[in-house]
Design a protein around this ligand. Structure first.
Ligand SMILES: C[S@@+](CC[C@H](N)C(=O)[O-])C[C@H]1O[C@@H](n2cnc3c(N)ncnc32)[C@H](O)[C@@H]1O
Length: 390
């Protein structure tokens, strides 16, 4: 922490971590001007408000204005790496539907479906069991108009209902899917400062015309977020709290509890509440300073799976996992499915299939950082992918 260059008396400015990249902040992005104006009038915005605007602002937000996926974009997700990922999730849905007693109608709801690739691959797998495909009413929850259009193209011919907020799906049993969705939801940050947990906020360093971290001593961590782990923290350490993640998980779990069914969450994160900051920005597959280019880079935070699990349990559902993505995908058959595809593949396709499988399951790649957690209603006594954990 160093001397404040902001005009807010409660704030002590903190430098954003230095970036190896040049400053790529797009001065034309109306979001940057709006954030500066807002900070000029209120002194700061919370990290959660900054993240929400950077990703979802209606004219300048990152997801609102572009397709960020793939080699030509900023990052790649599991369904974009291999069709096998979505197909296996589809087979997991069939298995779960059977465990639910094969209801004649259920809602299959994906949160944050990106390009629609996972749903497209999953539906191909569902079609192998026509009664399951016929029972599934598909819902996609997406706030970005650009991505919604891509999803419409990818899923042309399917009967789909889109939602921009948590859906009312008609009181049937439900299966939720959320791959790399929770990490895109805003987190609040708190710093141990003078023995208290004060909110870490974003201010504007007018001297250097850049956003910087600061501390709002007047705003404290909500009592409900205090955990045992916080007692060991030292001065200056950071704790992330994600009320928006909690609210989405709570909404999912309430529907699973009320109407029956399951929810599957795949994301990078940690299994127990932890001290430390995980807010990160990625642009063209490289990390950059998270405050450098709001609206021009992906901004995420690791998911606290203890918060997810406790929230789902409090809403009355049963929790499965988390298990490492590597373990989950192997239990639901990634090796067997890849071997089947290899039999029909030419040399180059075989190379791609093997590379993709390694990316998804190798511990040094996505296999260990990504976790898989499920919630179900209390009646389900087994769930594919979680057998040894039940
Ligand atoms: C990292 S992408 C994951 C995409 C996809 N699940 C995949 O694995 O390729 C995050 C997705 O969540 C969407 N999103 C972010 N915040 C949202 C919100 N509050 N409500 C609905 N969708 C949101 C984004 O537009 C995007 O489609």
């Amino acid at each position: 922490m160093n001397g404040s260059t902001t005009n807010h008396p409660e704030l002590a400015a903190q430098q954003a971590p230095a970036s190896a990249e040049p400053d790529v902040r797009n001065a034309d992005n109306p979001l940057v001007a709006r954030l500066k104006a807002r900070i000029a009038s209120t002194g700061h915005v919370s990290v959660a408000e900054f993240m929400k605007a950077a990703l979802g602002d209606q004219d300048g937000g990152y997801y609102t204005t572009r397709d960020p996926f793939g080699a030509a974009g900023d990052f790649t997700t599991a369904p974009e790496i291999s069709q096998v990922f979505g197909e296996l999730i589809g087979l997991w849905c069939v298995d779960t539907w059977r465990a639910m007693g094969s209801p004649r109608a259920f809602a299959l709801i994906e949160l944050g479906p990106g390009r629609g690739t996972l749903m497209s691959d999953a539906l191909r797998a569902l079609r192998q069991v026509p009664e399951c495909r016929a029972a599934a009413n598909i819902h996609l929850v997406e706030t970005s108009p650009v991505l919604r259009e891509l999803q419409q193209n990818t899923l042309r011919g399917e009967n789909i209902t889109w939602h921009s907020s948590f859906p009312d799906h008609g009181r049937t049993p439900v299966i939720f899917l959320a791959n790399e969705f929770l990490d895109a939801l805003p987190v609040e940050q708190y710093v141990k400062h003078g023995g208290n947990w004060c909110e870490r906020v974003v201010a504007h360093d007018t001297a250097h015309d850049r956003f910087c971290f600061a501390i709002d001593r007047s705003k404290r961590l909500p009592l409900g977020a205090i955990t045992r782990q916080l007692a060991q923290a030292e001065e200056g350490e950071i704790f992330e709290y994600a009320p928006t993640v909690r609210d989405f998980v709570s909404d999912m779990a309430h529907q699973v509890f009320l109407y029956g069914g399951a929810g599957l969450i795949v994301d990078y994160g940690y299994t127990r509440h932890a001290i430390g900051q995980t807010l990160q920005a990625v642009r063209r597959h490289r990390p950059i300073d998270p405050l450098e280019s709001p609206g021009e880079c992906d901004l995420t935070a690791h998911v606290d799976f203890q918060l997810v699990g406790e929230t789902a349990q409090n809403a009355g559902t049963k929790i499965w996992g988390p298990v490492d993505q590597s373990v989950f995908l192997q239990r639901i058959g990634i090796i067997e499915r890849t071997n089947i595809l290899l039999k029909r593949a030419n040399v180059s396709q075989a190379h791609d299939l093997r590379t993709a499988m390694t990316r998804l399951i190798a511990p040094a790649e996505m296999g260990a950082l990504f976790k898989v957690m499920a919630m179900t209603d209390q009646r389900l006594s087994s769930l594919a992918g979680f057998e040894a954990d039940s």
